[in-house]
Design a binder for this molecule. Sequence first.
Ligand SMILES: [Zn+2]
Length: 527
Amino acid sequence: MKMKVLLLLLVLPLAGLCSEDNGDSLRSRYSEQISPDSLRYHLNIIASDAFEGRETGKPGQKMAAEYLADHFNGYGLTSVADSGYFQRFYLSETGIEKASVTVAGSELEFIEDYYFFGALVSNGKRQFNQIQFLGYGIDDSLYSDYRNAGDVIENIVIWEEEPVNRKGAFLLSGNDYNSEWSKDFSIKLKTAKKHGVKNLFIVNDDFDDMVIRLSYYLTMPRVSLWKEDVKDPKLAVYYISEKTARQLLGKDYKPAKIKQRIGNGKDNTSFIVDQHITIDIVKKSSKIATENVLGIIEGSDKKDEYLVITAHYDHLGVQNGEIYNGADDDGSGTVALLEIARAFGKAKSEGHGPSRSVLIMAVSGEEKGLLGSEYYTSNPVVPLDATVANLNIDMIGRNDAAYDPDSEYIYLIGSDRLSSTLHNLSETVNQECCRIELDYTYNDPNDPNRFYYRSDHYNFVKNGIPAIFYFSGVHEDYHQPTDTADKIQYGKMTSVVQLIFETAWEIANTPLTIEVDVEDDAELFRQ
Ligand SMILES: [Zn+2]
């Protein structure tokens, strides 16, 4: 026994001296394991018609989950979740079965005259005979629609935004800057609730534009994480057009005149009218069972710290009889996970496992609203505060219109948003191994596409975990049935997967701490 300890003592410092060279060559040795043939092989399976577009909760998604778990097992990943490689969870899908609003016996049209979001209305039928106009619905010491309104009744109509004075400046600020009352919609809701309002009708300034933009979401069922005993909201919110406001409030409702009075310093614009209104809403929820697929390569000396590598394996399923194969979105990221898992598994089996643990996770529910990663970060299987970083892969198989078909580039999003250590490490690794063009176009906080908020890494970011999102851009087959495996550029994709693997390897082995040292808007979420 003693002898062994002595030997170790002799060997360790030597290993320490040349560990850097060793590490780099090992890193590239296992990176070379990742091959275009393997990527193509897996993608031709999971993006085939047999998997029916892998829609969350559907048989195709379950087939993909089994496929991933089998391979994680084969590559020597260990399971950490309750049910083997699966982290099972439920979603609820809520659709509006019936929506009927009548005013004085005549029926309004959903979307034509009004709309609402399912989560902000309650089930059932209600009738009332009076409705009150209450200006902007503001209750501030400088301006209040409530102050002189007497007893506020349960059903009110308010405007969006906030008042301006005769010179066109905002009343509350006296200048060009609007206040929280129009910036944060929830303040008006809370105020109405505090005054006992039950039905809040909001006149939508740009109603016609809004319904064009929202009609898809308003008519589709809403999917969210399943919660037991969801209670209906105490305050129901309906958005109405100017025309509907006139119908509800009758001849006393003269918007231009009222705004003029307010501009002149009056805030007592409230009035109540007798109006017979019936609202009947039937919401229906169903429960969907799905699963994230997780496997772990356990680390050595820092095994209680974790790098999480993610890609979503769900896609859009079958719509109107057409299969949405989702080869690029996100079959590409899914098969990248398999190759990364295989390379780490091989390294580990040959005695070159990582220092930190690497959790490889294929998430479900992404296309329904990043729900698999939301579930995971609310129910993590390894502690979030021991999770040093997340690398997320979503659509890396194609070149977009900004690049030549044969150029090697990847958009990096988020690398510098929380941690300069992570960003520098990522840059250095690319210089050493791959020299792919790293394009930060979409990392610009002002980029209108807002991709930073649109894939699974963002649920990690919200929890203060630095993340890099790897993405090669959108193309004409994005979210179309034509996103098929034959259109993937396997050579370029291999280079990108190797870059991700080498970056992961470095994060898992670096003696540095991936420090959160950059202030980001994620701060807002943590408060
Ligand atoms: Zn995607």
